[in-house]
Design a binder for this molecule. Structure first.
Ligand code: 3HC
Length: 521
């Protein structure tokens, strides 16, 4: 097989094939890019050796499978060529014109495009019936998903062969239609864009946004770190395609992304994006006003505290945890204490309870999206009347309880919900509109993006009614169409049925049979 383009993804895809024992012609005309791509491949293999996943002999065998080539002539004998060049249609078309000319007529020509129309790429070739999308996820050696994109021009045998091949590579193929962003990127990118918007508008710090996603939702990376991993330039291109196709504000790239790309801060690959990466490791956020402020470090924990609120069970749990930590705790708002903690629910503002307590300056909202427990996340909510001292004191207490702390404004969803609810609504809308099944969406996000549970499993965990209430509160507050609760979510909430139950009843399309056999060259 041949890989055309040896950037981050190209090198990763070459590694995936070579690890399966398939010889790879790595076509890269730019000597500097070729050196960088082979360097990335070597680094990845060395890391696998240092972790005991490969031995030195296997490393050498895999490496020997990858043969660099400066031009297309070496692709003449391959069964399959995958294009992994930058996301610009004119470049893709040039590559496909060359492959069309050089490859044998029965070779499959695949594109790893993240969002561009596979139909448009295919239509510009002489044999569009053999053109298919084969979309890997970054880091390609790690992520388990391959989206297989067929067009109206694709011959039936081609996606079948690619599905077979993806399985041979140890990946899980999901068949998707030729729509911008396919399944995973069409869901992921607006969520990442929204997170960048929260940073840009000062809603929360970069560190807090990423911590809310990892400690609060359980995702493997925060959205801003993930933007840096994908590349801000690639992310911007995908959003532009999504915005051109669907026209909704949620896809319109947040100005911060464009500015960072213009400034050359395109992410991890250049050592600078939203975060800085000296020596390839993140050294924290750069550029925005108060990023990285650790609200937990500066405060002095009080000795007396009042715990009030509307979330009865959590209120009792928090009061008893604080009492066990040695604090003098009261649940009577009339008692004079140093700090008032208002245990909040995601859809409910903190300010009315803080005002009712009569000590709004000392009142801090506390939201525990996953409940109390070691390492659990607590959102500390400052109303417009809360003093900084009170927030810092609450943070010191949270630290004493072993909680991870983020700071959020007193707005619907606070921080975790503000990130998650619109993302879940996008997933529901995608299923509701027949774009992909709930099961395929969950598979795409777990295997493609490392989610511990897919969006529909997350809704089932939280309860459709709670997600609906959170979204409604956000929609009322902001009025953006993307926040309007999708009818399918409202139906599940009203009927009290979870998506897993509905999914079990879903007819599953049979996987295409395997028409093509024999090794891939
Ligand atoms: N290349 C090769 N292997 C890598 C790697 C890389 N760049 N980064 C990590 N790994 C391997 C490690 O060697 C390790 O392997 P092992 O388990 O065999 O020892 C394994 O991945 C886990 O790595 P770490 O322990 O160092 O780090 P984490 O546990 O934090 O995992 C991660 C890192 C796998 C990147 C994880 O954070 C993750 O899943 N993040 C989400 C990534 C994601 O969402 N990708 C999709 C982006 S969208 C996309 O690519 C589509 C495109 O069109 C834009």
């Amino acid at each position: 097989m041949a890989v055309v383009g040896l950037g981050t993804m190209g090198a990763g895809i070459a590694e995936v094939f070579a690890r399966s024992g398939i010889g790879v012609v790595a076509i890269e005309a730019d000597p500097q890019a070729l050196r960088a791509g082979l360097g990335a491949l070597d680094a990845s293999l060395s890391r696998a050796v240092s972790r005991g996943r490969l031995d030195a002999r296997q490393q050498a065998e895999i490496r020997a499978k990858v043969r660099p080539a400066p031009g297309f002539a070496d692709a003449a004998a391959v069964d399959l060529a995958i294009e992994v060049v930058p996301e610009r249609m004119e470049i893709k078309r040039q590559v496909f014109a060359e492959l069309d000319r050089v490859c044998s007529p029965d070779a499959i020509l695949a594109t790893n495009t993240s969002s561009l129309s596979v139909t448009s790429i295919a239509a510009a070739t002489k044999h569009p019936s053999r053109v298919v999308g084969m979309h890997f996820f970054n880091p390609a050696p790690v992520m388990g998903l391959v989206e297989v994109v067929r067009t109206v021009l694709t011959d039936d045998s081609v996606p079948t062969a690619v599905v077979d091949l993806a399985r041979q590579l140890g990946k899980t193929p999901v068949g998707v239609g030729d729509r911008a962003g396919f399944v995973a990127n069409a869901l992921l990118l607006p969520y990442l864009n929204h997170a960048a918007g929260l940073l840009e508008t000062g809603y929360a710090t970069a560190a807090d946004i990423d911590k809310a996603a990892t400690a609060g939702i359980g995702l493997p990376m925060g959205p801003l770190a993930l933007l840096d991993l994908i590349g801000l330039d690639t992310s911007l291109s995908i959003l532009e395609v999504l915005h051109a196709e669907f026209g909704l504000a949620r896809y319109c790239p947040t100005p911060l992304l464009r500015r960072l790309v213009t400034a050359g801060r395109t992410g991890r690959k250049v050592g600078r994006g939203i975060y800085a990466y000296p020596d390839g490791r993140s050294a924290g956020p750069i550029g925005s006003p108060d990023d990285g402020v650790d609200v937990g470090s500066a405060g002095v924990a009080p000795a007396t505290v009042t715990v009030i609120g509307s979330a009865d069970e959590q209120e009792a749990d928090l009061a008893s945890a604080l009492a066990s930590a040695g604090l003098n705790v009261t649940r009577n708002a009339a008692h004079a204490t140093e700090l008032v903690l208002v245990v909040a629910e995601a859809g409910q503002p903190v300010l009315p309870a803080a005002l009712a307590a009569g000590r709004a300056g000392q009142a801090v909202g506390v939201h525990l999206p996953g409940g109390l427990g070691p390492g659990a996340l607590v959102e500390l909510i400052a109303t417009s009347l809360t003093s900084d001292t009170a927030v810092q004191a609450a943070a010191a207490l949270a630290e004493r309880l072993g909680l991870a702390v983020v700071r959020a404004p007193d707005r619907p969803g606070f921080l975790v919900g503000a990130l998650l609810y619109p993302h879940l609504a996008d997933a529901v809308r995608m299923a509701q509109d027949g774009y992909a099944s709930a099961a395929d969406i969950d598979t795409a996000m777990t295997l493609g993006c490392g989610y511990p549970r897919g969006p529909f499993e997350l809704i089932d965990d939280a309860g459709a009614a709670d997600v609906l209430a959170g979204l409604r509160a956000m929609y009322i507050a902001y009025g953006y169409p993307a926040l309007a609760p999708p009818p399918l979510l409202a139906e599940h909430a009203a009927a009290g049925i979870d998506f897993a139950a509905a999914r079990r009843a879903e007819p599953r399309p049979a996987s295409p049979g395997l028409a093509r056999t024999g090794p891939v060259r």
